[in-house]
Unconditional design. Structure first.
Length: 385
């Protein structure tokens, strides 16, 4: 019985020919899909540059208030090391009242106070310098404490070398540290408020990025064009259910922060709720705009992830102090709604109601919301391409 040509064993040349044909087909398909190609090539490049050049745990030029109640040459010599460091940017203030006002306004990250009896106690080997730190950003506060202790230790060692004798046990000068707004020095207090930003970004931009694109793919949006429904009505109808979901999520976040993680809530609860819902509206509108612009669920979900959640995690100040990153990264970060809400929600939780900051950041979020409403309405115009 002769074998049929269909059942003949395939030669190596046939296998390679079929493989080459499939390879050409898949390569062409990959090159046609610009979205996947951008994710595969541009995202790794962006992450390499971002982590290599843009993100840093170091602290540079951190503003601190310097209060010299003892104006003796010795007292000025002790703090001279702070002024020569590129890690700190001391600002001379006349008294503690002015220094406290600056720190409550978020204009300085710490206060170094040299008390009146510093010179007298230095002779006795019991001199002290007070260091007050803004604990809203626990990472920055820890770095500032290290730099101040290091500068004082260098001065003490220099004095010991000049005297040719050993310094008293424990050092010539003791730095007495106290953390404001985060007395426990807990990183949980710093991170948990920021989780609200990430949660709202995820449920906002990512989930709603599928809504309009799904209706374009199914053809249901075209059927609405022959009805009296207006774009603004359709926008609000898609927005309200997710605002309700966000309200439940906000309640869970607040309860978990207060009772599970024991994070203090020092600001007004009503302000926290209003600011949070305003940011959620911005995130939802961003997702709806992406959905309407892409008209494809897969592409819209990818773009939403790249344009909202990842920047909110890396460039909003969630982990890194944005003052320590290069200027171009700082400019980009200030264009993100998440950056403005991140600083506001952390301040509301740990420092209380800072009304100039509340009004400024809420006004910025309102501008974003207004701009996105107009952008989404344009994507919902009753026209067929």
């Amino acid at each position: 019985m002769t074998s049929s040509p269909l059942n003949a064993p395939a030669g190596a040349s046939d296998v390679m020919r079929r493989f080459a044909a499939l390879l050409r087909k898949e390569t062409r398909q990959m090159l046609r899909d610009k979205t996947n190609l951008a994710v595969g090539l541009l995202l790794p490049l962006a992450l390499i540059l971002l982590f290599g050049y843009g993100l840093s745990f170091d602290v540079r030029n951190a503003p601190i208030a310097l209060v010299l109640e003892d104006s003796s040459p010795t007292a000025r010599d002790v703090v001279a090391g702070l002024q020569g460091s590129h890690y700190l940017a001391p600002v001379r203030v006349p008294d503690m009242i002015a220094a406290v006002s600056l720190m409550r306004a978020g204009k300085v990250d710490g206060i170094v106070r040299v008390p009146m009896d510093f010179s007298r106690r230095l002779i006795l080997g019991k001199a002290r310098i007070q260091l007050l730190l803004d604990g809203v950003d626990s990472n920055t506060a820890s770095r500032i404490e290290d730099y101040v202790n290091g500068a004082v230790a260098v001065w003490a060692q220099r004095q010991t070398d000049r005297a040719g004798d050993k310094a008293p046990a424990g050092g010539v000068v003791a730095v007495v540290q106290r953390m404001w707004f985060n007395e426990a020095g807990s990183s949980t207090w710093y991170l948990v408020p920021g989780l609200i930003v990430l949660v709202f970004t995820l449920i906002g931009a990512f989930l709603t990025s599928l809504l309009i694109a799904r209706e374009w793919e199914r053809g249901t949006l075209e059927s609405l064009f022959v009805t009296p429904v207006r774009p603004l009505e359709l926008l609000l109808a898609k927005l309200v259910p997710y605002l309700a979901v966000g309200g439940v999520d906000l309640a869970m976040c607040l309860l978990a922060a207060r009772f599970l993680f024991e994070v203090p809530i020092r600001g007004s609860l009503s302000v926290i709720v209003i600011a949070s819902m305003l940011y959620l509206a911005v995130s939802l509108l961003l997702g709806l705009f992406i959905s309407g612009a892409m008209r494809n669920q897969f592409k819209a979900s990818q773009l939403a992830l790249l344009a909202s959640f990842m920047p909110a995690m890396m460039l909003s100040g969630f982990v890194f102090d944005l003052r320590n990153v290069p200027l171009p990264v700082q400019v980009v970060s200030q264009l993100l709604p998440a950056t403005h809400f991140m600083g506001l929600i952390k301040t509301l939780f740990l420092a209380g109601d800072n009304w100039p900051m509340i009004l400024r950041e809420c006004a910025i979020l309102l501008l974003y919301a207004a701009a996105l409403i107009m952008a989404v309405r344009r994507t919902l115009r009753k026209t067929l391409d």
